[in-house]
Design a protein. Structure first.
Length: 197
């Protein structure tokens, strides 16, 4: 995994751009997928899903998420009235007809991010609570070595000063624990995909 410049996301013709002009690009990362071709994005998504979610993450990452959800429950951050469709409109409300007709992708009850759309080259999921409305965008792009690679962009719309402070507070945890853990899991899922076929 490597952190990429924002332009590695903004300069590609993703459909998500028209839906998120009021969001800020927080992070852009690329993940190693050696040997990947231009049509392998669905293969990558299937490998990631087969590789498991939080249950397959390291103990420190599982502990971090458990603490976050416990704090959210105690402080009311994650109540339904603070979520998508309540405090904020879903990005699905902004979709043009062709994206509304496209697959959403599976809705995993164990995954806090809910599907918006899933296309052959990109997909988006969203989450909202009292702190932020965030979108995780995954896209398939030509890599520097001639293969294709998975790129992840995290887009955010903080909920006022509290949301901005929250994003600043969790930044070290994202960089030191969450993103490295995602890297190990997603890159391993790509390497292991042949064994699952």
């Amino acid at each position: 995994m490597s952190r990429r410049a924002t332009t590695a996301y903004t300069e590609l013709p993703w459909r998500i751009h028209d839906l998120t002009r009021d969001f800020v690009v927080e992070d852009v990362w690329s993940f190693r997928t050696p040997g990947a071709g231009p049509d392998d994005f669905p293969v990558m998504l299937a490998a990631m899903r087969a590789g498991g979610g939080l249950t397959r993450q390291s103990l420190p990452v599982r502990f971090l998420f458990a603490v976050r959800w416990k704090l959210g429950a105690l402080l009311g951050w994650d109540r339904p009235e603070a979520g998508v469709g309540r405090r904020v409109d879903s990005l699905r409300d902004r979709l043009p007809d062709d994206l509304l007709a496209a697959p959403q992708g599976p809705d995993d009850p164990a995954m806090p991010l809910k599907p918006v759309y899933e296309l052959p080259q990109e997909c988006a999921r969203e989450l909202a609570n009292k702190t932020v409305h965030t979108v995780m965008h995954l896209g398939w792009a030509p890599g520097d070595d001639g293969d294709h690679e998975l790129r992840m962009a995290v887009l955010v719309k903080p909920n006022g000063r509290f949301g901005r402070a929250y994003m600043a507070l969790i930044a070290p945890f994202r960089y030191l624990l969450v993103y490295p853990a995602l890297t190990r899991r997603w890159e391993a899922a790509w390497r292991e995909r042949e064994q699952r076929r």
